[in-house]
Design a protein around this ligand. Structure first.
Ligand code: SAM
Ligand code: DTB
Ligand code: SF4
Length: 330
């Protein structure tokens, strides 16, 4: 099937607004044409620098502008990151995602993050980072060090964006995605639902993602985790079916991307999660903690996978590893 990059708002709206079961059925059909429907990709997150962020994202526990009661932490030692990455590998995760509460990495931070990427990559894990805005040279150095994915979310529609963040623009975000692509890295980009946005904004976010020149390989769809002290602490909870509709439409319009059921999973029942997988989600963040908030309790994901007969995707060997294997056979 041809990947389309010319989706219109009307087409996406028609997909989004059809009867729920028709939408989920269509998404599952497309999912099966492109993926093993019983396999899930698992990523583990680690915060490498927590809190005191200068940005004003209204949902975030880590912004220095709100009193979220979060305890800030300086950069953590590379050795600590490596021991966490080894645990992630042992628990069956294929990708290790390192996040920092920065507007952008400073040049003085680059040797630190580059060393981390090299060492995590050497363990055989796929590497992912989310460090805020990048310039082209930083993106290239991260790629050269072995970074596979860069996560940088659009968060919401272009129209709703200024209600959520004022310290960087929507176009700043698109520029960072362009630098990441320019450097040859894979893109992880999605957004958050439940920010008080309208259906039109969820459609607008999906439209922006699906009309990028290349679809992001990973599309995290987060549900707001309300954080006390932030401006969105008391926003009305979005019905879970709207989250699942967003996932289903993402699956249909970006059929080859991994769609990740991301933040907010802690509050979902097993059957809601099964429905999200039915709607085409095929990736999750596992582990007891996301960056600063709780995720699912230990062992619960394994139980759920067993109950649903799902298997966990293994990391794909790199070309270099395949070559080495072939040489050892010869
Ligand atoms: N500072 C970097 C940045 O913003 O680009 C990286 C870390 S930031 C925490 C990564 C993403 O996590 C945000 O873009 C947002 O989509 C998501 N996120 C943060 N706080 C959240 C919350 N309370 N609920 C749901 N998603 C959240
Ligand atoms: C993404 O889209 N979601 C993750 C990851 N990318 C970095 C982060 C979720 C953060 C949830 C709130 C917290 O734990 O601070
Ligand atoms: Fe900072 Fe990222 Fe949180 Fe925004 S989402 S306040 S940039 S850590």
């Amino acid at each position: 099937m041809e990947l389309r990059h010319d989706w219109t708002r009307a087409e996406i709206q028609n997909l989004y607004q059809q009867p729920f079961l028709d939408l989920v059925f269509q998404a599952q059909q497309i999912h099966r044409q492109n993926f093993n429907a019983n396999q899930i990709q698992v990523s583990i997150l680690l915060s490498i620098k927590t809190g005191k962020c200068p940005e004003d994202c209204k949902y975030c526990s880590q912004s220095a502008r709100y009193d979220s009661k979060l305890e800030a932490e300086k950069r953590i030692a590379v050795e600590k990151v490596i021991s966490e990455a080894k645990e992630a590998l042992a628990s069956g995760s294929s990708r290790f995602c390192m996040g920092a509460a920065w507007r952008n990495p400073h040049e003085r931070d680059m040797p630190y993050v580059l060393e981390m990427v090299r060492e995590v990559k050497a363990l055989g894990l796929e590497t992912c980072m989310t460090l805020g805005m990048l310039n082209q040279s930083q993106a290239e150095r991260l790629k050269d060090a072995g970074l596979d994915y860069y996560n940088h979310n659009l968060d919401t529609s272009r129209e709703y964006y200024s209600n959520i963040i004022s310290t960087r623009t929507f176009d700043d975000r698109l520029n960072t995605l362009e630098y990441v692509r320019g450097a040859g890295m894979k893109v992880c980009s999605g957004g958050i639902v439940g920010l008080g946005e309208d259906t039109a904004d969820r459609i607008g976010l999906l439209l922006e993602l699906a009309t990028l020149p290349i679809h992001p390989e990973s599309v995290p769809i987060n549900m707001l985790v309300p954080i006390e002290g932030t401006p969105l602490a008391d926003v009305e909870k979005l019905d879970v079916t709207e989250w699942i509709r967003t996932i289903a439409v993402a699956r249909i319009i970006m059929p080859k991307s991994y769609i990740r059921l991301s933040a907010g999973r802690e509050s979902l029942s097993d059957s809601d999660q099964a429905l999200a997988f039915m709607a085409g989600a095929n990736s999750i963040f596992s582990g007891e903690k996301l960056l600063t908030t709780p995720n699912v309790a230990q062992g619960k994901d394994q139980q759920l996978f067993q109950k649903l007969g799902l298997t966990v995707e293994k990391p794909k060997p790199s070309i270099a590893e395949l070559t080495l294997d072939a040489m050892s056979v010869a």
